[in-house]
Design a protein around this ligand. Structure first.
Ligand code: BGC
Length: 928
């Protein structure tokens, strides 16, 4: 906390100092991005981007009154001759997601742009720095290459779990360049996962590109700038290719696409020489390949087998002789499958955990503890003897005898093997698999060697996004919860949002994604990550003519079923994204899909009006399910109630979305539909006193009805009282599963029951958030009781120790405890309204990098005084509510508070503030 206050103080002074130095000009816009937050991207996917910029932080810039954007096909044309677009001066405060309205852009095009703005006093800024982007190959017809590879289906082998596996391939092609290279682009993708090298060098640090999409609809392509790798004379492109998600064992089946088809590579290397000539090298019949390389097997669930005896020195260099290698087979590009530039960043190696601790050692077997449940691969450095096999096992936690708890990996073998070709130290990091683990066991190393903690490091991998928000407080367990939430997010954002990273699933479960999206968007810049996955969702939805959204996306289950609370991801996530970013594009993109999903509900209404009869996973994993109802993991809230509630909610959200998009007919139509469903909901499931008709009462039945606004005004209060009674009956514990938990804080907050929510959040006993922390959790767990020190592991094998759904509480933590929330889409208006509960903590703070710039709220209570430091970015305003009814003694920046042009009282303890940095101080009544 102290450091944070020091920082705020320094930034306040810097801010004042800088602003006093510049009396005659305003600074230039900064932080320029296009579409979902891309900075100068290469191989960009969208020829109709939007533009966003941030106004500089300065006392002179409260807001924007006008802007001008200029776009050109070369740097030299800016700012005077923008040949692609000149928006001219537009009187508008819009500084985010401005639609490009210039000349049509095409594949490979390089585009340069700049922006300037006028502030509230019509003072003009300087032009921003020039930013740029380059488009990838936007159409299948841009590709001259062919799908290329060996037929590994015919000699596939049985893997450890008896599933057929393709052998990884090594592919190469030599070529000559007669003059120096001016620039070169490599466009590449695979049906499978690849690692590409040019003249022996790694072209990129992407992990398992191109990632995972519904491959029968769309495969993402990647563009690399490879100018620096090419030489005059002999060159070679060399690619390692493995099954990945395309041709490997995923979900309950094996490879689902094209009947166990062999992995294939598609690449096109386009070279411009210094003399202006062009040369293109494509994947085609001229390539050679082998499956006799060192990676013998690779499977996402099962791990990798690496045999150093099969190393092929220099195979990726031009001097290597590949005459003994096999000829490849080729396939034409299928026009049905779209090839599109990847619309979010690949997975990367993001962090290294290098303080492993040895926890046990016996008989050529040693166990390392990385002290954090993580996702990625190990980096192993260990002495071995020629011919020996190193076995590398993983687990998330240990059993009481310090052996591995792996029952929860279910059929995932999750083991890597390294076979040594020489005596001595080996270094090994698996390439085409990933694991969810905290513990690593090594066996088969040199028996003479004394195990050392440096033998194992953990390489943490996730999609390449950065932190976007922070939360910290004076309470250690709350900070641990925040850490568990953020680890749980990163660990499960492996190209798509996955349910878990360790067992034989790692699938894009839509329900889990739906509940975590707001917390994820606050903590990490995951806008592009989400919209990429939503595109996959729409592709899988349109496969099902009746609007069904599958349980998982990409839909490898293909079971033609959909569930309430899960399929609604196609409505709820776009709405959340819009509210957090302020970008309407996501609503436009998702609108038809959202309507189709509501159409699916309608098609499932059979006997009773507005009550759909369809599948639901229910309030998944609700604690203490009743024995008599026999719903097990699905909890005690009946699926008909959940179906009807989400049917109404999705219809309601569509009405709101239609309002934003100006579709007035739909706005009314869906509002009417929502009202009708709400009526049916109340009549069917609740009596005239708003009591849930089922004998077994549930918190979730009330939560859904209240949060989705399904009760009549006169009965809502009664329903709220029943909910409070249920919570009291549970001794202020959670009685909720995946669907009820995320909305509990929202409902109690709306009811003004903030202290009650604190009480539930800070409970230490089962079921509660701190319970798992007390049992040693370093990530979020799938179940409230996945493990306990007293009773050990939950007996069910479906027991992931890294499952983000319950982390959805993160939203309330930063919005209410730290008090930082978006009040108008995209934080255009910010709500700063912390409500401290000093029985639990005396300080909390959050920062978020909004599309307008950084906003923060940081409070502490000390000696009966309340201190609140606030940063409001330019071009936004904030409503600041102080948690005290008496503001007569309010101080601002060390002076008695006075209203001025930047700050206006709009209620007894509420201030409307313009952009700036403010330090408030007032008396505070400590709660008991
Ligand atoms: C997954 C979940 C998912 C659920 C559906 C599980 O196996 O891990 O998180 O939402 O199935 O009920």
């Amino acid at each position: 906390m102290k450091i944070r206050y020091l920082f705020l103080t320094i930034s306040f002074f810097t801010f004042t100092f800088l602003s006093s130095c510049n009396t005659s000009q305003i600074f230039k816009p900064e932080g320029l991005t296009i579409s979902e937050g891309f900075k100068n991207p290469l191989g960009f996917y969208n020829s109709e981007p939007t533009f966003s910029w941030k106004l500089p932080v300065s006392v002179k810039t409260k807001s924007q009154s006008a802007y001008q954007v200029i776009v050109a096909s070369s740097k030299e044309l800016l700012p005077n001759n923008p040949d692609l677009w000149d928006s001219k001066k537009q009187l508008s405060s819009q500084s985010t997601f401005l639609n490009y309205q210039g000349e049509a852009l095409k594949s490979r095009q390089k585009v340069f742009w700049q922006v300037r703005f006028w502030n509230q006093d019509d003072t003009i800024s300087e032009w921003s720095d020039i930013n740029e982007f380059e488009l990838g190959l936007l159409n299948n017809s841009d590709w001259k290459a062919k799908w290329t590879g060996l037929d590994t289906a015919k000699d596939s082998i049985k893997g450890v779990r008896k599933f057929l596996m393709h052998k990884p391939q090594y592919l190469r092609k030599g070529f000559e360049l007669s003059s120096d290279v001016a620039s070169a682009r490599l466009y590449i993708t695979a049906k499978g996962v690849f690692d590409v090298h040019l003249n022996g060098k790694d072209v990129s640090d992407d992990v398992m590109p191109p990632g995972w999409t519904p491959y029968n609809h769309r495969i993402e392509t990647i563009t690399y700038d490879v100018t620096k790798f090419l030489e005059t004379g002999k060159n070679v492109i060399a690619v390692e290719l493995a099954s990945g998600w395309h041709s490997g064992r995923i979900s309950r089946g094996r490879a689902l696409y094209e009947n166990f088809a062999s992995p294939k590579l598609l690449c096109q290397l386009e070279i411009t020489m210094k003399d202006g000539t062009q040369k293109t090298i494509v994947s085609d019949k001229g390539w050679k390949g082998t499956t006799n390389g060192p990676i013998r097997l690779a499977s996402i669930y099962d791990g990798e087998v690496y045999d150093a005896n099969f190393k092929m020195p220099n195979w990726a260099n031009s001097q290597f002789n590949d005459t003994s290698w096999d000829a490849v087979e080729v396939e034409e590009i299928d026009d049905e499958v779209k090839l599109e530039p990847k619309r979010h960043s690949s997975v990367k190696n993001k962090t290294v955990i290098n303080d492993a601790e040895i926890v046990s050692e016996e008989d050529n077997l040693v166990v390392f503890n990385l002290k954090q449940n993580m996702v990625g691969v190990p980096k192993i450095k260990v002495p071995m003897k020629k011919g020996d096999t190193l076995k590398i096992r993983f687990s998330e936690m240990l059993l009481s005898d310090k052996t591995f708890y792996t029952k929860n990996y279910r059929s995932a073998h999750s083991t890597d093997y390294y076979i040594a070709s020489n005596d001595g130290l080996i270094e090994y990091t698996p390439k085409f698999t990933f694991h969810g683990f905290q513990f690593v066991e090594l066996s088969g190393f040199d028996k003479q060697a004394k195990p050392h903690s440096s033998w194992v490091q953990g390489i943490v991998q996730h999609s390449n996004f950065e932190s976007n928000g922070t939360f910290t407080s004076s309470h250690d367990k709350l900070n641990q919860l925040q850490s568990n939430i953020t680890w749980g997010l990163r660990d499960n954002f492996f190209d798509i949002p996955t349910d878990c990273p360790q067992r034989d699933e790692r699938l894009g479960w839509t329900g889990d994604a739906q509940v975590i999206a707001p917390t994820a968007l606050f903590n990490y810049d995951t806008y592009a990550f989400w919209t990429a996955w939503l595109q996959s969702l729409r592709e899988n939805q349109s496969e099902h003519k009746n609007g069904l959204v599958p349980f998982i996306v990409p839909d490898v289950l293909q079971n033609k079923n959909g569930g309430s609370g899960w399929g609604d991801a196609c409505v709820i996530i776009p709405w959340d994204i819009y509210n957090i970013t302020g970008d309407v594009t996501v609503l436009e993109e998702s609108y038809e899909s959202a309507k189709k999903w509501v159409g699916y509900y309608q098609s499932k209404v059979k006997k009773k009006a507005y009550i759909p009869i369809m599948h639901s996973f229910g309030d998944w994993l609700q604690p203490y399910p009743s024995k008599s109802l026999k719903r097990g993991n699905r909890g005690d809230t009946p699926k008909e109630l959940i179906n009807t509630a989400f049917f109404a909610h999705s219809a309601h959200l569509i009405s709101k979305i239609a309002g934003v998009l100006g579709k007035t007919d739909d706005e009314k139509k869906y509002k009417d539909l929502y009202k009708d469903i709400a009526n049916a909901f109340e009549n069917e499931f609740f009596d005239e006193n708003a009591r849930f008709k089922q004998e077994r009462q549930t918190q979730t039945s009330y939560l859904l009805g209240i949060y989705f606004d399904l009760f009549k005004a006169e009965t809502k209060l009664k329903a709220q009282n029943h909910l409070l009674e249920e919570i009291k009956n549970a001794d202020y514990h959670l009685g909720t599963g995946f669907l009820g938990t995320p909305i509990l804080p929202k409902v109690l907050d709306d009811m003004g029951e903030i202290d009650l929510m604190y009480k539930i959040l800070f409970k230490e006993t089962y079921p509660s958030w701190f319970y798992s922390i007390n049992q040693g959790a370093t990530t979020m767990w799938e179940r409230w009781n996945s493990y306990s020190k007293a009773e050990g592991y939950n007996p069910q094998s479906m027991n992931s120790l890294n499952h983000y759904a319950y982390g959805a509480i993160g939203q309330w933590v930063y919005e209410r405890i730290a008090g930082l929330a978006s009040l108008e889409p995209g934080y255009k208006k910010i709500r700063i309204a912390p409500i401290p509960n000093t029985s639990f903590l005396n300080a909390a703070s959050a920062t978020v990098n909004t599309t307008f710039g950084e906003a923060s709220s940081s409070w502490k209570v000390e000696n009966n005084m309340f201190y609140l430091d606030v940063v409001i970015p330019p071009n936004t305003t904030a409503e600041i509510s102080l948690p005290t009814s008496d503001v007569s003694d309010l101080m601002l920046n060390g002076q008695v508070f006075k209203e001025d042009s930047d700050l206006k009282m709009i209620g007894s303890n509420k201030i409307l503030a313009k952009a700036g940095t403010y330090k408030f101080q007032s008396k505070f009544q400590i709660n008991d």
